[in-house]
Design a protein around this ligand. Sequence first.
Ligand code: SAM
Length: 266
Amino acid sequence: MANRRLPHENGGPSMNNKLQIRLPEHPERIDQDSEYCSVLLDGTWHDIRFHDYDRIFSIPGLYEQLFHDVLDCRSPDVVGKLLKEQIQADDVDASSLRVLDLGAGNGLVGEQLRTVGAQHLVGVDILTEASDAALRDRPEVYDEYRVLDFTALSEQDTAALARHEFNTLSCVAALGYGDIPPAAFRSAFNLVGDGGWIAFTIKDRFLGDEDTSGFARLIRRCQEAGVLEVRSSERYRHRLDIKGDPLYYVAIVGVKKADIPSGLEP
Ligand SMILES: C[S@@+](CC[C@H](N)C(=O)[O-])C[C@H]1O[C@@H](n2cnc3c(N)ncnc32)[C@H](O)[C@@H]1O
Protein backbone atom coordinates (compact mmCIF):
# COMPACT_ATOMS: atom_id res chain seq x y z
CA MET A 1 0.00 0.00 0.00
CA ALA A 2 1.26 3.47 -0.80
CA ASN A 3 2.48 5.71 1.96
CA ARG A 4 -0.40 7.85 3.18
CA ARG A 5 0.55 11.43 4.01
CA LEU A 6 -0.26 12.11 7.61
CA PRO A 7 -0.80 15.67 8.75
CA HIS A 8 2.18 16.78 10.81
CA GLU A 9 -0.18 18.42 13.25
CA ASN A 10 -3.84 17.79 13.95
CA GLY A 11 -6.54 20.30 14.72
CA GLY A 12 -6.19 22.44 17.81
CA PRO A 13 -8.21 22.67 20.98
CA SER A 14 -10.88 24.67 19.20
CA MET A 15 -11.91 21.38 17.55
CA ASN A 16 -14.16 19.75 20.17
CA ASN A 17 -11.65 20.37 22.93
CA LYS A 18 -9.28 17.95 21.26
CA LEU A 19 -5.64 17.71 22.17
CA GLN A 20 -3.05 19.19 19.86
CA ILE A 21 -0.76 16.42 18.68
CA ARG A 22 2.31 16.72 16.46
CA LEU A 23 4.05 13.86 14.71
CA PRO A 24 7.82 14.14 14.14
CA GLU A 25 8.67 16.28 11.14
CA HIS A 26 11.29 13.77 9.92
CA PRO A 27 9.99 10.31 10.78
CA GLU A 28 12.10 8.45 8.19
CA ARG A 29 14.59 6.94 10.62
CA ILE A 30 12.21 6.14 13.46
CA ASP A 31 11.08 2.49 13.74
CA GLN A 32 7.89 1.25 15.44
CA ASP A 33 9.67 0.70 18.72
CA SER A 34 10.84 4.32 18.96
CA GLU A 35 7.83 6.17 17.60
CA TYR A 36 6.76 9.27 19.50
CA CYS A 37 4.55 12.30 19.21
CA SER A 38 4.45 15.72 20.81
CA VAL A 39 1.41 16.88 22.73
CA LEU A 40 0.59 20.43 23.79
CA LEU A 41 -0.26 20.47 27.47
CA ASP A 42 -0.68 23.70 29.45
CA GLY A 43 1.12 25.64 26.72
CA THR A 44 4.17 23.36 26.53
CA TRP A 45 4.96 20.66 23.97
CA HIS A 46 5.81 17.27 25.51
CA ASP A 47 7.43 14.41 23.59
CA ILE A 48 5.78 11.09 24.41
CA ARG A 49 6.95 7.69 23.14
CA PHE A 50 4.15 5.48 21.91
CA HIS A 51 5.35 2.70 24.23
CA ASP A 52 5.10 4.96 27.28
CA TYR A 53 1.54 3.83 27.87
CA ASP A 54 1.57 5.08 31.45
CA ARG A 55 1.98 8.66 30.19
CA ILE A 56 -0.45 8.20 27.31
CA PHE A 57 -3.23 6.78 29.49
CA SER A 58 -2.76 9.58 32.01
CA ILE A 59 -3.84 12.17 29.44
CA PRO A 60 -7.58 11.78 28.79
CA GLY A 61 -8.36 11.21 25.10
CA LEU A 62 -4.75 10.93 23.92
CA TYR A 63 -4.81 7.16 23.25
CA GLU A 64 -7.97 7.40 21.13
CA GLN A 65 -6.92 10.55 19.29
CA LEU A 66 -3.41 9.38 18.53
CA PHE A 67 -3.92 5.73 17.64
CA HIS A 68 -7.48 5.73 16.37
CA ASP A 69 -8.13 9.18 14.89
CA VAL A 70 -4.66 10.06 13.57
CA LEU A 71 -3.14 6.60 12.94
CA ASP A 72 -6.40 4.82 12.11
CA CYS A 73 -6.00 1.78 14.38
CA ARG A 74 -8.40 -1.03 13.47
CA SER A 75 -7.42 -3.86 15.79
CA PRO A 76 -10.32 -3.84 18.28
CA ASP A 77 -12.83 -3.79 15.39
CA VAL A 78 -11.08 -6.60 13.51
CA VAL A 79 -10.91 -8.88 16.55
CA GLY A 80 -14.53 -8.16 17.45
CA LYS A 81 -15.61 -8.98 13.91
CA LEU A 82 -13.62 -12.26 13.69
CA LEU A 83 -14.80 -13.45 17.10
CA LYS A 84 -18.39 -12.64 16.25
CA GLU A 85 -18.16 -14.57 12.97
CA GLN A 86 -16.79 -17.63 14.72
CA ILE A 87 -19.27 -17.73 17.57
CA GLN A 88 -22.11 -17.27 15.09
CA ALA A 89 -20.74 -20.11 12.95
CA ASP A 90 -20.84 -22.33 16.07
CA ASP A 91 -24.25 -21.05 17.13
CA VAL A 92 -22.84 -19.74 20.41
CA ASP A 93 -24.85 -17.10 22.25
CA ALA A 94 -22.54 -14.09 22.67
CA SER A 95 -24.03 -13.39 26.08
CA SER A 96 -22.42 -16.62 27.34
CA LEU A 97 -18.92 -15.20 26.78
CA ARG A 98 -16.92 -14.73 29.96
CA VAL A 99 -13.87 -12.81 28.82
CA LEU A 100 -10.43 -12.24 30.24
CA ASP A 101 -9.06 -9.18 28.37
CA LEU A 102 -5.30 -9.30 28.76
CA GLY A 103 -3.44 -6.01 28.22
CA ALA A 104 -6.80 -4.26 28.38
CA GLY A 105 -5.45 -0.70 28.34
CA ASN A 106 -8.19 1.90 28.69
CA GLY A 107 -10.93 -0.46 27.56
CA LEU A 108 -11.41 -0.10 23.81
CA VAL A 109 -11.37 -3.87 23.29
CA GLY A 110 -13.72 -4.42 26.21
CA GLU A 111 -16.08 -1.86 24.70
CA GLN A 112 -15.97 -3.72 21.38
CA LEU A 113 -16.66 -7.06 23.07
CA ARG A 114 -19.66 -5.57 24.85
CA THR A 115 -20.94 -4.59 21.40
CA VAL A 116 -20.45 -8.20 20.28
CA GLY A 117 -22.62 -9.17 23.25
CA ALA A 118 -20.22 -10.46 25.92
CA GLN A 119 -21.85 -10.29 29.35
CA HIS A 120 -18.94 -10.85 31.68
CA LEU A 121 -15.65 -9.01 31.18
CA VAL A 122 -12.55 -8.81 33.31
CA GLY A 123 -9.73 -6.50 32.23
CA VAL A 124 -6.15 -6.99 33.33
CA ASP A 125 -3.14 -4.84 32.67
CA ILE A 126 0.28 -4.42 34.17
CA LEU A 127 -0.19 -0.65 34.54
CA THR A 128 -2.14 1.15 37.24
CA GLU A 129 -2.50 4.01 34.75
CA ALA A 130 -4.36 1.68 32.36
CA SER A 131 -6.77 0.61 35.09
CA ASP A 132 -7.30 4.25 36.14
CA ALA A 133 -7.93 5.26 32.53
CA ALA A 134 -10.41 2.43 31.93
CA LEU A 135 -12.35 3.41 35.04
CA ARG A 136 -12.16 7.09 34.06
CA ASP A 137 -13.12 6.67 30.38
CA ARG A 138 -15.28 3.51 30.27
CA PRO A 139 -16.46 2.81 33.82
CA GLU A 140 -19.32 0.63 32.61
CA VAL A 141 -17.30 -1.75 30.42
CA TYR A 142 -15.53 -4.15 32.80
CA ASP A 143 -17.11 -6.10 35.63
CA GLU A 144 -13.68 -6.07 37.23
CA TYR A 145 -10.31 -4.61 36.27
CA ARG A 146 -7.14 -5.80 37.90
CA VAL A 147 -3.57 -4.59 37.79
CA LEU A 148 -1.44 -7.71 37.50
CA ASP A 149 1.82 -8.97 36.08
CA PHE A 150 1.01 -12.24 34.36
CA THR A 151 4.64 -13.29 34.36
CA ALA A 152 4.48 -13.52 38.15
CA LEU A 153 0.90 -14.33 39.17
CA SER A 154 0.51 -15.28 42.81
CA GLU A 155 -1.49 -18.37 43.73
CA GLN A 156 -4.10 -16.05 45.26
CA ASP A 157 -4.47 -14.03 42.06
CA THR A 158 -4.67 -17.19 39.96
CA ALA A 159 -7.37 -18.61 42.23
CA ALA A 160 -9.32 -15.33 42.21
CA LEU A 161 -9.19 -15.16 38.42
CA ALA A 162 -10.14 -18.84 38.06
CA ARG A 163 -13.38 -18.11 39.92
CA HIS A 164 -14.54 -16.10 36.89
CA GLU A 165 -14.65 -19.35 34.87
CA PHE A 166 -13.44 -17.66 31.71
CA ASN A 167 -14.41 -19.15 28.37
CA THR A 168 -12.73 -16.45 26.26
CA LEU A 169 -9.34 -14.74 26.18
CA SER A 170 -8.81 -11.53 24.24
CA CYS A 171 -5.41 -9.94 23.83
CA VAL A 172 -5.16 -7.12 21.32
CA ALA A 173 -2.05 -5.20 20.28
CA ALA A 174 -0.26 -6.22 23.45
CA LEU A 175 1.98 -9.19 22.57
CA GLY A 176 5.69 -8.80 21.97
CA TYR A 177 7.65 -5.50 21.79
CA GLY A 178 8.61 -5.74 25.43
CA ASP A 179 4.92 -5.96 26.33
CA ILE A 180 3.35 -9.34 27.08
CA PRO A 181 5.85 -12.22 26.75
CA PRO A 182 4.98 -15.83 25.81
CA ALA A 183 5.00 -17.01 29.45
CA ALA A 184 2.37 -14.42 30.42
CA PHE A 185 0.24 -15.35 27.42
CA ARG A 186 0.43 -18.99 28.53
CA SER A 187 -0.77 -18.10 32.05
CA ALA A 188 -3.76 -16.26 30.62
CA PHE A 189 -4.50 -18.99 28.06
CA ASN A 190 -4.56 -21.59 30.84
CA LEU A 191 -7.18 -19.61 32.76
CA VAL A 192 -9.67 -20.27 29.96
CA GLY A 193 -11.65 -23.51 30.09
CA ASP A 194 -11.18 -26.16 27.40
CA GLY A 195 -13.45 -25.41 24.45
CA GLY A 196 -13.16 -21.66 25.12
CA TRP A 197 -12.29 -18.97 22.59
CA ILE A 198 -8.83 -17.47 22.15
CA ALA A 199 -8.78 -14.18 20.23
CA PHE A 200 -5.59 -12.20 19.78
CA THR A 201 -3.59 -10.01 17.45
CA ILE A 202 0.12 -9.92 16.89
CA LYS A 203 2.50 -8.16 14.53
CA ASP A 204 2.88 -10.30 11.39
CA ARG A 205 6.67 -10.41 11.80
CA PHE A 206 6.25 -12.12 15.20
CA LEU A 207 4.64 -15.08 13.46
CA GLY A 208 7.25 -15.37 10.72
CA ASP A 209 10.55 -17.26 10.47
CA GLU A 210 12.52 -14.19 11.53
CA ASP A 211 10.59 -13.86 14.81
CA THR A 212 12.63 -13.24 17.94
CA SER A 213 9.69 -12.71 20.33
CA GLY A 214 9.09 -16.46 20.78
CA PHE A 215 5.46 -16.21 19.67
CA ALA A 216 5.93 -17.82 16.25
CA ARG A 217 7.27 -20.95 17.92
CA LEU A 218 4.70 -20.91 20.71
CA ILE A 219 1.70 -20.61 18.40
CA ARG A 220 3.09 -23.23 16.01
CA ARG A 221 3.76 -25.64 18.88
CA CYS A 222 0.29 -25.02 20.34
CA GLN A 223 -1.24 -26.01 17.03
CA GLU A 224 1.03 -29.04 16.58
CA ALA A 225 0.31 -30.21 20.13
CA GLY A 226 -3.44 -29.88 19.55
CA VAL A 227 -3.72 -27.26 22.28
CA LEU A 228 -5.11 -24.56 20.00
CA GLU A 229 -7.33 -25.09 16.98
CA VAL A 230 -7.09 -21.98 14.82
CA ARG A 231 -10.48 -21.27 13.28
CA SER A 232 -9.77 -17.97 11.61
CA SER A 233 -6.69 -15.94 10.81
CA GLU A 234 -6.54 -12.60 9.03
CA ARG A 235 -3.61 -10.37 8.13
CA TYR A 236 -4.83 -6.80 8.29
CA ARG A 237 -3.65 -3.22 8.64
CA HIS A 238 -3.37 -2.65 12.39
CA ARG A 239 -2.63 1.07 11.99
CA LEU A 240 -0.42 3.52 10.15
CA ASP A 241 3.04 4.30 11.41
CA ILE A 242 4.20 7.90 11.82
CA LYS A 243 5.39 7.93 8.19
CA GLY A 244 1.91 6.96 7.02
CA ASP A 245 2.99 3.42 6.08
CA PRO A 246 0.76 0.51 7.07
CA LEU A 247 1.72 -1.76 9.98
CA TYR A 248 0.38 -5.24 9.43
CA TYR A 249 -0.79 -7.55 12.20
CA VAL A 250 -2.44 -10.95 12.19
CA ALA A 251 -5.69 -11.53 14.08
CA ILE A 252 -6.29 -15.09 15.18
CA VAL A 253 -9.42 -16.64 16.64
CA GLY A 254 -9.25 -20.23 17.77
CA VAL A 255 -10.61 -22.77 20.19
CA LYS A 256 -8.64 -23.87 23.22
CA LYS A 257 -8.39 -27.65 23.39
CA ALA A 258 -6.13 -28.03 26.43
CA ASP A 259 -3.76 -26.09 28.67
CA ILE A 260 -0.40 -25.09 27.25
CA PRO A 261 1.97 -27.42 29.09
CA SER A 262 5.02 -25.97 30.76
CA GLY A 263 8.02 -26.12 28.48
CA LEU A 264 6.01 -25.47 25.32
CA GLU A 265 6.83 -21.78 25.29
CA PRO A 266 10.43 -20.83 24.41
C1 SAM B 1 -1.18 -1.10 22.73
S1 SAM B 1 -1.88 -1.26 24.31
C2 SAM B 1 -3.35 -2.15 23.85
C3 SAM B 1 -4.51 -1.86 24.75
C4 SAM B 1 -5.81 -2.51 24.29
N1 SAM B 1 -5.70 -3.95 24.22
C5 SAM B 1 -6.23 -1.94 22.95
O1 SAM B 1 -6.15 -2.66 21.94
O2 SAM B 1 -6.65 -0.78 22.92
C6 SAM B 1 -0.91 -2.53 25.10
C7 SAM B 1 -1.31 -2.76 26.55
O3 SAM B 1 -0.63 -3.92 27.04
C8 SAM B 1 -0.27 -3.67 28.38
N2 SAM B 1 0.81 -4.57 28.80
C9 SAM B 1 2.09 -4.55 28.44
N3 SAM B 1 2.78 -5.53 29.04
C10 SAM B 1 1.90 -6.18 29.83
C11 SAM B 1 2.00 -7.30 30.71
N4 SAM B 1 3.16 -7.95 30.89
N5 SAM B 1 0.88 -7.72 31.33
C12 SAM B 1 -0.30 -7.08 31.13
N6 SAM B 1 -0.46 -6.01 30.31
C13 SAM B 1 0.63 -5.58 29.66
C14 SAM B 1 0.15 -2.21 28.35
O4 SAM B 1 0.21 -1.66 29.65
C15 SAM B 1 -0.93 -1.62 27.47
O5 SAM B 1 -2.03 -1.20 28.22
